[in-house]
Design a protein around this ligand. Structure first.
Ligand code: G6P
Length: 575
């Protein structure tokens, strides 16, 4: 979603802020803007649409050494220049991520006539109103905590003050630490070109950032912060020679899965056997990770495992025993609904375990226990390597002891799968012209279908549905026409015959069938038969990689904006 970058230092600020925003483009946005200080005056430029529209309008050679920039993903008010950030009212210019829930009350309190429709513009007006009274911006920032309702990460500059200010609550913000220069950003990739050292602002903290000094405060008192170091190679966050981040990240999986495996070698993982029930919560693909492991968990742990969509779980009436575990899964560690579900589980007094990629993220910090996957920075909106690393870590949690050797075989199988890229790209040519694609499978195979279908629709814009194979004939089979592609997954020996029958049903109605299986199935059910010759606990990881590659190449054939599909955001920090 929205991205924030701010710079103060010895170098020209505009190119740093613009390149930082470029590195946050992956989060999804629909307008962009920058404010910079020149000869003691604050200048603002904003544009609708792609960041390049803004880049074309701003002269990067200007001698400005303090700037804040923003990419906006519309929540309050349509994408437009007036609604884009930065917002300037009186002495205050700011960029804001999050939602100020009581902005209407604040607007009425100060009787402000807004120009646009955003809560952020009202926020700027309100801060300006307080600043006129207090005449001390740090005092104002301290006061805001008890006034603002909702979530915010704010970068701010003040007329006639050569400093950069920031504050946060429930929306991520970091302060990058350079040499003679400092940064603020909503996400680490924005600063990696310049530094890998940063502070993570905690809820309620605010800071004054100068080129060679950073002071962080909480409740009026200065706090000492721990310096974090980004542990991955910076090139891991770059596209290198790949056409898209999605393809690069599909290939990264070999290393990401290896890193995830290795980092837990010899580590005692939490014992899930002590719980009498488990609920797994996530959004989007993270929810499907839970679906993919549900059967394994129930089989191995012999307890009931529920998998819940976070936006539902947070509002649902749930009764959990004291010996219950809630596992939350999130790549970003900032998804609003997942974070709210975690907070709910904590209120219910049960144990919580977070499976997260981004170190120090809100979910990682709030959970009783956190296990990090080692996927590195994931930039394509459609998740690939984070998904398979989450899956791996969750499988390791139940299979660790007996299957460690088998898990290390995984890397070889990943390589074999990646080597089939060319073949799978040719397969995409037989799918891309269709408007509907269906996925069929039962139980765990169905869970994989859900992820495969999501991947395909988010990047290629083809309408796609995943169906529990036996359910299709209760309605949706009416959509099968001559040539409609149907992808079936058959990896469960006990019910393989049942899914085979369902594939026959669609084939009899003209479907073009692609069957991915490790079972012996009749040749005539498949127009394309993809045999995965493995029986292993990590099999879903391999199947998902096939589906990722197919989705990628279908989207490529259709000329889609693969890394930044329309309307989607990488990190969904609002409800
Ligand atoms: C967005 C992304 C999905 C992701 C979901 C949950 O919708 O586009 O790829 O699965 O959010 O994100 P999280 O960061 O919590 O895993």
């Amino acid at each position: 979603m929205c991205g924030i970058v701010g710079y103060i230092g010895k170098n020209r600020a505009i190119p740093v802020v613009l390149s930082g925003l470029k590195n946050l483009e992956y989060r999804g946005y629909d307008s962009a803007g920058i404010a910079y200080v020149l000869n003691n005056k604050i200048k603002i430029k904003k544009e609708k649409g792609k960041l390049d529209n803004l880049v074309d309008k701003v002269n990067s050679d200007i001698d400005s050494f303090l700037a804040i920039g923003h990419t906006r993903w519309a929540t309050h008010g349509e994408p437009s220049v007036v609604n884009a950030h930065p917002h300037c009212v009186g002495s205050i210019t700011l960029v804001h991520n999050g939602i100020i829930e009581n902005y209407d009350e604040l607007r009425e309190e100060i009787d402000y006539q807004a120009v646009g429709e955003t809560d952020s513009e009202v926020l700027a007006a309100y801060i300006d109103y307080l600043y006129k009274q207090e005449k001390d911006i740090l005092k104002v920032l301290n006061k805001l905590k008890s006034i603002l309702k909702g979530s915010y990460a704010i970068g701010l500059i003040v007329n006639n003050d050569d400093s950069l200010y920031c504050l946060r609550k429930d929306s991520p913000l970091i302060i990058g630490l350079g040499n003679g220069e400092n940064f603020i950003a909503s996400d680490v990739p924005a600063i990696l070109e310049y530094t890998n050292k940063y502070y993570i602002l905690d809820n309620g903290e605010y800071a004054k950032v100068l080129k060679d000094d950073v002071k962080v405060y909480l409740d009026g008192k200065e706090v000492k912060k721990k310096v974090n170091t980004f542990e991955f190679d910076i090139t891991s966050a770059q596209k290198n020679n790949y056409k898209h981040f999605m393809l690069k990240e599909i290939h990264d999986q070999r290393e990401a899965l290896y890193n995830t495996l290795k980092s837990y070698e010899g580590v005692v993982l939490p014992d899930l056997r002590k719980y009498d029930g488990i609920t797994i919560v996530g959004c989007g693909s993270a929810y499907y990770v839970g679906m993919c492991v549900k059967d394994d968990y129930e089989k191995v742990l012999n307890v009931k495992v529920d998998v819940e969509i976070a936006s539902e779980f947070r509002y649902k009436r749930v009764i959990l025993s004291k010996k219950h575990l809630v596992i939350v899964i999130s790549q970003s560690g900032e998804t609003a609904d997942t974070l709210a579900s975690l907070m709910k589980a904590k209120t219910l007094g049960v144990d919580t375990l977070a499976i997260v990629n981004v170190v120090g993220s809100s979910i990682a910090r709030e959970a009783k226990e956190v296990l990090y996957i080692k996927a590195g920075v994931e930039k394509a909106v459609a998740t690939t390597k984070a998904f398979t690393c989450q899956l791996l870590l969750l499988l390791m949690l139940v299979y660790n002891k007996n299957n460690y050797q088998k898990f290390t075989d995984l890397i070889k199988d990943v390589e074999i799968t990646l080597a089939k890229e060319e073949y799978l790209s040719s397969l995409a040519k037989s799918i891309y012209k269709y408007n509907d694609v269906f996925f069929l499978g039962r139980l765990r195979d169905y869970a994989m279908c859900l992820e495969g279908s999501l991947k395909l629709k988010e990047v290629s814009y083809i309408h796609s549905e995943a169906y529990a194979a036996g359910e299709l004939k209760h309605g949706t089979i009416s959509l099968i026409e001559e040539g409609t592609p149907v992808i079936a997954i058959i990896t469960d020996k006990e019910i393989a015959d049942k899914t085979v029958s369902n594939v026959k049903e669609v084939k009899a109605r003209g479907a073009y069938t692609i069957v991915i299986t490790n079972q012996v199935v009749p040749n005539d059910i498949a127009d394309v038969l993809i045999n995965i010759d493995i029986e292993a606990v990590y099999l879903p990881i391999i199947v998902i990689i096939y589906l990722q590659i197919i989705a990628y190449y279908v989207a490529l054939e259709r000329g889609c904006d693969i890394d930044k599909p329309r309307n989607l955001a990488k990190s969904v920090t609002v409800e």
